[in-house]
Design a protein around this ligand. Sequence first.
Ligand code: ATP
Ligand code: MG
Length: 334
Amino acid sequence: MKAADERRLLPGYIGLAIPRAWDRIPWDKLRGVVMVVGAVDTGKSTLIKFLWGQLAPHRRLAVVDADVGQATLGPPTTQTLRLASEEVPEEFPPRGRIARWFVGAISPRGHMLPTVIGVHRLTSLARRWGAETILVDTTGMVSPSVGGVALKWAKFDLVQPNVVIVLQRERELEPLIAPWRSVQRFVLVELPTSPLVRTRSREERIAWRQQRFRLYFRRARLLSVPLQAFSLLYDRTATAGGTVLVPGQLVGFLDRWGFLMALGIVRRIGDQNIEVFTPLRDLGRVAALRPGSIVLDEDYRDRRLSFRATAPSPSTVDASPTMSSPDASSPSSP
Ligand SMILES: Nc1ncnc2c1ncn2[C@@H]1O[C@H](COP(=O)(O)OP(=O)(O)OP(=O)(O)O)[C@@H](O)[C@H]1O
Ligand SMILES: [Mg+2]
């Protein structure tokens, strides 16, 4: 690392290498939604933390962690909005007001709509809660071949960021950002990654998710859920008739506005009730359940559920979820 690249900042930032080019960050313009975009392991989450530390003394801040795979503010499969706390606004992760959205998968692949909608709902809520700057951390899915470019463009259109900060090693984001340079719909800030960014292996990513799920469910208990009382929203098997939940399946308990109240793991399925392992203590404010697209084993390792739904024939309907091998979270899929 070149000496010129290193600059030590506030106590919380010791060890952070800030490239000189980051001087280009237009601090005055960081208002409204500020989206950070980059491939996996480019330092997106670290940049968010850095921006937070610099902006916290001056603005009412919120952060939306939209990375459902390597989530930093909540369990995987979810997106989390958090406001700065009133008492210690510079604290990160922040501990102010919170809201969550359930995507139900550990990658946006095959779940583009809930991913985009979640970012929109959470940033809208942050605005309503009075945040002046909303920092949005995103997944590293940026490759056009897996729909990453389409995903980010849809987010630009729906969420309408004021600023998009891109982090690149070389010019890997060119297909994503080139069309926006002349459009002037948002301020585009192009930054190089820090030389100190450390890449994480597939195993480390799996272990991270496992650890985050374990932490989330540490105080969970079994809760009996009368199925008749709740709609299963967005149930992929329902379109082919009937509903199939399987033991181990992750589900989200949603409030009446669609926000996530808590996650649960289906343990037993009866005729009338299902038993769900969840930190939720009662079903009081629950309006609906949303089945997730993964199952978790006893060790909180996730596997993807794929729904093979065949078109309904006059007499039978087949909509059976099958389990695939551990989700391929290769370095190119977050
Ligand atoms: N500017 C920096 N200085 C020093 N270390 C850094 C810097 N940026 C990132 N790192 C280190 O590199 C690793 C990856 O960074 P980070 O988690 O921010 O990347 P990311 O793009 O959010 O990754 P992912 O795609 O998994 O979400 C972390 O261990 C982090 O501490
Ligand atoms: Mg990250």
